[in-house]
Design a binder for this molecule. Sequence first.
Ligand SMILES: Cc1cc2nc3c(=O)[nH]c(=O)nc-3n(C[C@H](O)[C@H](O)[C@H](O)COP(=O)(O)OP(=O)(O)OC[C@H]3O[C@@H](n4cnc5c(N)ncnc54)[C@H](O)[C@@H]3O)c2cc1C
Length: 489
Amino acid sequence: MKRRDFLKTSGAAVAGGLLLGGAPALSGCSSAAQSTDRDWGNTDVLVVGGGPAGVCSAIAAARTGAKVTIIEQGNCLGGMATRGLVAPFMTCYDTTGEVMVIRGLFEEIVDRMVALGGAIHPSQVRAGTPFSAWITTGHDHLTPFDPETLKFVLDQMCSEAGVKILFHTSLVNPILKGSSVTGLRILTREGLGRIGAKVTIDATGDGDVAARAGAPCTFGNPEIGKVQPSTLFFHINNVDTPKLTKDVEAHLHEFRKVNGVSYRALHWRVEEAEAAGEWDIARKSVNIYRGVKEDEWAVNCTRIANVDATSTESLSAAETEGRRQVQELMNFFHKYVPGCEQATIKSSASTLGIRESRHVQGEYLLTADDLLQGVVPEDSILCASNSVDVHGRNGANTTEYKTVEKGQWYGLPLRSLIPLQIDGLIVAGRAISASSDAAGAVRVMPPCMAMGHAAGIAAALAAAKGAAPRNIDPAEVRSILKQQKAFLG
Ligand SMILES: Cc1cc2nc3c(=O)[nH]c(=O)nc-3n(C[C@H](O)[C@H](O)[C@H](O)COP(=O)(O)OP(=O)(O)OC[C@H]3O[C@@H](n4cnc5c(N)ncnc54)[C@H](O)[C@@H]3O)c2cc1C
C-alpha cells in the first residue's frame, strides 16, 4: 500500500467519526474553572487565536475602546499567514479589478508592510503573472508578502492598540453561565488558568470555542462526508526566476482550464516525473507564487486528503506526510524544473495548512449562491469578490472554481458571525456560518481579516453595553467600520 493510500484510509476513519457527530461532542467540557487554576483576571474582549481573523478582531476591539486579551497557541501572530507560510493574500479587489473592496485594517497592514519592503501593493500585482501562479480568473491584484515582516507589523499594531498578547497559551474549554460564555480555562506555561471575559471571539479557524460551548456545527461538506485537502506550505529560494518563467510561458497555451482558470502550471514537468516513478502526490500540477524577492517562491502543492484538524493523531500523521511530500517536491524541482536546479528550502510551515474543518451554525448560513449572485445583505460587514474555490474533492485535477456571476461583489452579513444558541460569543474567520462551498470563498485571508475587523467592533460594543452580541445593531457596527476606513459598498 502506498503511504498516500494509507493516510487516506487512516485519515478517513478518524474524520468519519466526526463527520457524523459535528460539534457537540466536547460540550461536556464546559465546566466551571477549578479552584486550583491560576486567575488571569478579567477582560472586556477575549480573542482566541491570533490568525488573520483573530489579530484583526483584537486590534479593532481595542481601537473601539475595549480592554482586550488575545491568546495564541503558537509564538507569533498571523496564523496561516505566518506559521502556515500561506501566501499571497488572495484578491482584495472587486470583479472588475478596478475597486479595492477589502480595506480598513487589511489595507493598513499591507501599507505598513509595503513601507518596510515586506510586501508588494496589490494595485501593482496582476493576474496571469508569476505572482498569481499564472492563473488569470479570480487572481487579479494579489498581495505577495514576507511572513517575517507580517509577524513584526502585527506585534507592533497590537502593542500600539494596547492589546495584551498571551503566546504559548491554548484554550482548554469555555466557562459557561447557562448558555453564555463568560471566560475560558486556558493552558499556559504556568499550567491551567482562567480568564473572565464579557465577550469572547472564536478565531481558532476550527470553531473550537463554539463547539466546546455546545454551539451546533457541521464538519466539512456533510453531503459528501469530506473536507477539502490539507497542504503543508513551503517557500523556496535560490530560484533562477527568468529561466523558470521562460519554461512556464512556453507552455501557457497547454494549461487546462476550469471555468476559465488555468490550473496546470508545470503539468508537463509533473508528467515527466510521474513517468519516471518520481511523483506520488495526488495532483497533476504545481501551484507556485513568486514572492517579494525575485528568487523566492511560495509552493502550494503538497496534498493530504481527509485530514481531521480536530484530531491530534490525524494532524500528526498529516504533518509527517506533508514533510515527506516537501522532499519529493524538492527532488522534482532539482531534477525536472528549469531554473530550480539550485533551489533550496527557505522554510517549511511550522503548522499544516487546513482548508476546512468545522462550520459553526449561526444566525445566517451563507451559501455559495449568495456569493455567486452578488447578494449584499443589509447587515453586511464586508464586501468581497473571492471565488468559490474547492480543491481536489474528488481526487487529482478536480478543482471546482466558480466566480461571482452578478455584480462587482457580494456582502457577508454580521449574522453569519453570531452562533446559534450560545451567547457571549462571536465567531470570526474560517469557521463562520457558511456552507462548505461558500466557506471555500470567504476563508481566504483578506475576507477573514475584514470579518475580524467587524467582529472586534461588535464585541467591543457588546462589552460596553453589557449586551449579547446578537442584539448589537449591525448599523452601528457598519458605521464604526466606515469610520475605520472599511469599504461597505
Ligand atoms: C493550503 C492553503 C492554501 C491557502 N491559500 C490561500 C491564499 O493563497 N491566499 C489567501 O488569502 N488565503 C489562502 N488560504 C486561506 C487562509 O490561509 C485561511 O483560511 C485563513 O488564514 C483563515 O484565517 P483564520 O484567522 O480563520 O485562521 P488561521 O489562520 O488558521 O488562524 C487561527 C489561529 O488560531 C490559533 N489557534 C487555533 N486553535 C487554538 C486554540 N485552541 N488555542 C489557542 N490558539 C489557537 C492557531 O494557532 C492560529 O494562529 C489558504 C489556506 C490553506 C490551508
